[in-house]
Ligand binder design. Structure first.
Ligand SMILES: [Zn+2]
Length: 343
């Protein structure tokens, strides 16, 4: 028997490999921006200066570290809502005040009720298909009398969404609105166990099965030790687990617009840090949705009172935001919806 089994494996290997690589090649070649000059126009509205002013606002002492259920976090959620109102970006019909209340019963003991903040731009061609851009709004609060400002975690992600929302809205105002709907989702209670995103995915405001993809941003304004010599990088995590196409779209966005090093170190299934399981995209992944987690890795100020706005690398935050914007643009505007095939 062994004599027969060996050649059989050999044959299968020989036949299967070219077919797989051919599929990959065809898929890669199919991904191309048809509207590069429009993307360039709107990507250029994402600026270091705007990002800086958003990060300083979000991480300022008046929000007292944004602990879920506390006054400071409620106030920052008001601020986030006010931002969308000021841009005339609408709330879901079912939650016309932009807030989805996350009840006390959905949160750990001793945590007050809180809220996710939801705004969206309706798609022009496929309004019932949804691309999510997600960042958590909460942080650690005040511990032993010290405010934890969380400028990177997650002022950076919040600021990035603000800039992308503004860019998509400007495009929309000029007749280049996204073909699919884009949802800007600021989830609560991440730091205490991903509860805001869990509540959202179990109580979605839009039909969850119509979610095309979810891009989650949690800490993209700093750099880690591993990249001391090349700070132009971003960790990309989970991008090919539910859709090979999603991963290649990110690569196409990157090579067209920013040229960062896309570091897949933490994408490995057996990675001991388990980052894939540790931020809000994970609750979307549990629903079978193609997700990607954008992350800068840990640094010396991670979950410390020293995570302050002056330490953010704003030129780099702008580049990373542009990468995510170009990715979302492609997913929202491509002729065919993102494939869920995994090659
Ligand atoms: Zn975080």
């Amino acid at each position: 028997m062994k004599l027969y089994i060996l050649p059989l494996f050999f044959l299968v290997g020989m036949c299967a490999k070219p077919r797989h690589s051919e599929k990959v090649k065809t898929l890669k070649e199919s991904i191309a921006y048809s509207d590069i000059s429009s993307v360039e126009t709107y990507i250029s509205t994402i600026t270091e200066e705007d990002l800086k002013s958003h990060v300083y606002e979000i991480s300022s002492d008046k929000y007292a570290g944004r602990k879920t259920g506390e006054a400071g976090h409620n106030e920052v959620c008001d601020y986030i809502r006010g931002y969308y109102k000021s841009l005339n970006i609408k709330a879901p019909d079912s939650h016309s005040d932009y807030f989805q209340i996350v009840p006390k019963s959905a949160l750990p003991d001793n945590i007050n009720a809180s809220q996710n903040v939801i705004a969206y731009i309706e798609g022009t061609d496929y309004p019932d298909q949804y691309v999510y851009i997600v960042a958590h709004s909460d942080h650690e609060g005040v511990i032993d009398g010290q405010i934890y400002p969380g400028a990177d975690d997650n002022g950076s992600g919040t600021a990035a969404i603000f800039e992308m929302a503004q860019a998509f809205k400007m495009a929309s105002n000029s007749g280049y609105g996204p073909k699919r709907s884009i949802v800007f989702l600021h989830v609560t209670a991440e730091e205490i166990g991903l509860h805001g995103s869990l509540y959202y995915t179990n109580n979605p405001v839009f039909p969850i099965e119509n979610t095309v993809s979810t891009l989650n941003i949690d800490m993209i304004g700093r750099t880690d030790k591993r990249h001391e010599n090349n700070q132009d990088y971003i960790y990309v995590i989970g991008s090919d687990r539910e859709s090979t196409e999603l991963n290649y779209i990110i690569q196409e966005a990157n090579s067209n617009f920013v040229n960062l090093e896309l570091d897949y170190k933490y994408d490995e299934l057996r990675d001991s840090n388990r980052y894939f399981y540790r931020s809000d995209h994970y609750n979307f992944a549990l629903k079978g949705i193609p997700v990607t987690f954008f992350f800068n890795g840990e640094h010396e100020d991670y979950t410390k009172p020293t995570d302050t706005a002056d330490k953010i690398n704003y030129p780099l935050l702008a580049k990373r935001t542009k990468l995510i914007f170009a990715t979302a643009w492609y997913i929202a505007n491509s002729e065919t919806a993102l494939s869920r095939e995994v090659l």
